[in-house]
Design a protein around this ligand. Structure first.
Ligand SMILES: Nc1ncnc2c1ncn2[C@@H]1O[C@H](COP(=O)(O)OP(=O)(O)OP(=O)(O)O)[C@@H](O)[C@H]1O
Ligand SMILES: [Mg+2]
Length: 226
């Protein structure tokens, strides 16, 4: 079994804070991260916006705000969620939430951050971070158990991929970004994964599956072939 000791985790806001703040999950997740660190893992976590982000984005859109203004609001929500994860991790994590990838210079503790700039989701931030840190693995933990041929919430005929090539994934995700979009990975994330050949796994945001993905075990999600 391959252990991926340097890994970036894109933790969907849908897992952390939708509909409400999922305190039990955050606590148990922090225990898992602490355990893995004891085993020598280096982890960086990018937390998504969840429902709070969508509520603010929709409200601002309704008030006539631009797409980038809406994205900025969503980013603020992701940073609040990141701080909750930091609160649970205590000394294991840096207290500071980086606002850009460029400002990150060391990786001795767990890095926890949210969004950076408008135009992409936290999945793209996680891909950029994985490239920057030279991580061996990117895990995208979300509210579905993998990549499907179509949105499984809208199309019951959609089929799950056990593996999918990055080229196929590019076709699947299209090339448009909209603030608050619900998609499995945004186009920018997929481009970065392809460019830097980052091994990526999409899994359901349950602790056992996240742990299995990080340990190179049976995660029952989708592997992206790069
Ligand atoms: N091809 C696809 N395969 C799987 N899920 C898809 C696909 N296309 C769209 N989706 C949707 O993407 C959703 C997951 O992304 P979503 O952005 O809602 O959650 P998240 O990224 O975990 O959380 P957040 O965006 O708040 O950080 C799924 O619930 C599913 O409805
Ligand atoms: Mg998302």
């Amino acid at each position: 079994m391959v252990r991926y000791l340097k890994a970036v985790l894109s933790l969907g806001g849908s897992i952390v804070a939708s509909p409400g703040i999922n305190l039990d999950f955050i606590r148990e997740f922090a225990s898992l991260v602490t355990k893995l660190r004891r085993e020598g893992y280096h982890l960086a976590i990018v937390v998504g916006g969840g429902r709070v982000a969508r509520e603010y984005i929709e409200a601002a859109r309704g008030l006539g705000a631009s797409e980038s203004f809406c994205d900025e609001l969503g980013i603020l929500a992701t940073r609040m969620n990141a701080r909750l994860v930091i609160a649970a991790l205590g000394n294991e994590a840096y207290e500071h939430v980086p606002e850009s990838i460029e400002e990150i210079e060391e990786w001795d503790k767990v890095i926890v951050m949210g969004g950076t700039t408008p135009g992409h989701t936290t999945d793209a931030v996680a891909a950029m971070l994985a490239a920057r840190l030279g991580a061996e693995l990117l895990v995208n933990a979300t509210n579905v158990d993998g990549v499907y041929s179509d949105d499984p919430k809208k199309n019951p005929e959609a089929k799950k991929y056990e593996r999918i090539s990055v080229e196929e994934l590019i076709k699947l995700v299209g090339n448009e970004h909209r603030a608050g979009v619900s998609a499995i990975l945004d186009p920018k994330a997929v481009r970065i994964i392809k460019e830097h050949r980052i091994k990526t796994v999409v899994v359901k945001g349950e602790l056992q599956r996240i742990e299995a993905a990080l340990r190179g075990g049976e995660h029952r999600g989708t592997e992206i072939e790069v």
